[in-house]
Design a protein around this ligand. Structure first.
Ligand SMILES: Cc1cc2nc3c(=O)[nH]c(=O)nc-3n(C[C@H](O)[C@H](O)[C@H](O)COP(=O)(O)O)c2cc1C
Length: 385
């Protein structure tokens, strides 16, 4: 236990000091005026539990493990996919892939990661899932899916909530580009963030390693980024999803679902599970929080349909809140990068440790014997049914 960082919030404060601004603004920010970012937090804070203290039997070792998609995981939370993680903290994916494997929790590798899928798969093992942004061009999409399957991934996450190029004020203000453009302010940022600079020297310039075979040669990084935006621009239509289902033999999860209708459509198109997410408040400032939509989506689906959720949780208690509202599993995104940036190679382990302890304390405090039983401890004012 690293006493300096008792919570993810403590890690975040240090991380944001250590990461140059051009990358930290990308990591921390939401879209627009960040009302959705605040809403994600506020909605979680409003989910309350009623404790049961006068128990018939002792409840001092609540069961935290869960089954998901036919596999046992040690904890009901995992590491979400973050694009460009190597820009935010060099080597973060490798560090977290090892954590996922050792802690027996899943981790999603972003299609736009700066680590190659085969390295990630080798470290994370079957705990590594692949997050896919479907290319509009069917041939390219098929080639990509073949490569992902050949690398050995068993779970594919299809993200559907980026139908159009995203416009975030913080990124525009700092002029985010990959790699960072050399300017006086970039050089100043790098010089004043020596840990980040040294780690970047060690790891090399970040690049979209999983997309290299599909991007025409000879393009500048700016041109590559424009090519990729164009490659995925547009909605993931039902036909595209069915086409992916036809080709992908493993488990298929649709990420970015925020309505009952989309959840049903995803399942009708052959998905094995649904991931409720507003992309960490990064796409639509007028979006509801997953906390607000989870109960209705849970109620609309068969109880055995795996339902995942993210966007906002920073504590083990927050994980418990989402589970109580109907999620089977919760992912955290920014939190794990904050942990690695603040602490280094053991940061991910420490984040898991903190979240596990907080979750354990929450269940033990309310008298809940296992994460599956959390819904019955929801305070009546938090029930939306
Ligand atoms: C910097 C950053 C990059 C992200 N990149 C991706 C991505 O490439 N693919 C994806 O499906 N989601 C991406 N997400 C969304 C996360 O997977 C996740 O939904 C979100 O971070 C959860 O919210 P949290 O950060 O509050 O935990 C990204 C989020 C952040 C903060």
């Amino acid at each position: 236990m690293d006493q300096r960082f008792p919570s993810i919030d403590d890690m975040e404060r240090t991380a944001l000091r250590r990461i140059p601004r051009f990358a930290s603004e990308y990591l921390r920010g939401g879209i627009g005026r960040e009302a959705c970012l605040r809403r994600n937090r506020d909605a979680l804070d409003q989910v309350l539990f009623d404790p049961c203290y006068l128990q018939e039997q002792e409840v001092n070792r609540p069961a935290l493990g869960v089954e998901l998609l036919g596999r046992a995981y040690a904890l009901p939370f995992g590491i979400g996919p973050l694009g460009l993680s190597g820009l935010m903290w060099p080597g973060a994916v490798d560090i977290l892939a090892r954590v996922a494997s050792e802690a027996n929790i899943p981790m999603g590798l972003s299609h736009f990661a700066t680590s190659h899928m085969s390295d990630f798969r080798a470290t994370a093992g079957t705990n590594g899932w692949f997050q896919f942004y479907p290319a509009r061009d069917p041939e390219m999409r098929h080639a990509m899916l073949e490569e992902i399957a050949a690398t050995g991934f068993e779970v594919l996450i299809v993200t559907v909530d980026i139908p159009t190029a995203t416009r975030r004020d913080r990124e525009l203000r700092v002029g985010l580009s990959v790699p960072p453009e050399i300017s006086v302010s970039t050089l100043f940022e790098v010089a004043t963030h020596p840990r980040w600079a040294l780690a970047t020297l060690r790891e090399g310039t970040p690049a979209f390693k999983n997309l290299a075979p599909y991007v025409p040669r000879g393009l500048s990084m700016a041109e590559q980024a424009a090519f990729l935006t164009d490659m995925i621009e547009g909605h993931v239509t039902r036909d595209i999803l069915r086409d992916i289902r036809d080709q992908w033999a493993g488990k298929l999860i649709v990420k970015g679902v925020m309505t009952v209708e989309d959840a049903r459509t995803a399942l009708d198109c052959g998905a094995d599970g649904v991931w409720v997410s507003n992309h960490g408040a990064r796409q639509l400032d007028a979006a509801r929080s997953p906390v607000e939509v989870l109960p209705a989506i849970r109620a609309a689906l068969e109880p055995d349909i795996p339902l995942m959720a993210d966007s906002g949780p920073r504590t083990g208690l927050d994980v418990a809140r989402m589970l109580a509202l109907g999620a089977d599993f919760v992912f955290l995104g920014r939190s794990f990068i904050f942990a690695v940036a603040a602490i280094g190679a053991r940061g991910g382990d420490h984040a898991v440790h903190v979240l596990r302890e907080e979750l354990h304390c929450a269940l033990a405090q309310i008298g809940c014997p296992s994460v599956r039983e959390l819904p019955r401890f929801l305070a009546s004012c938090s029930r939306q049914d």
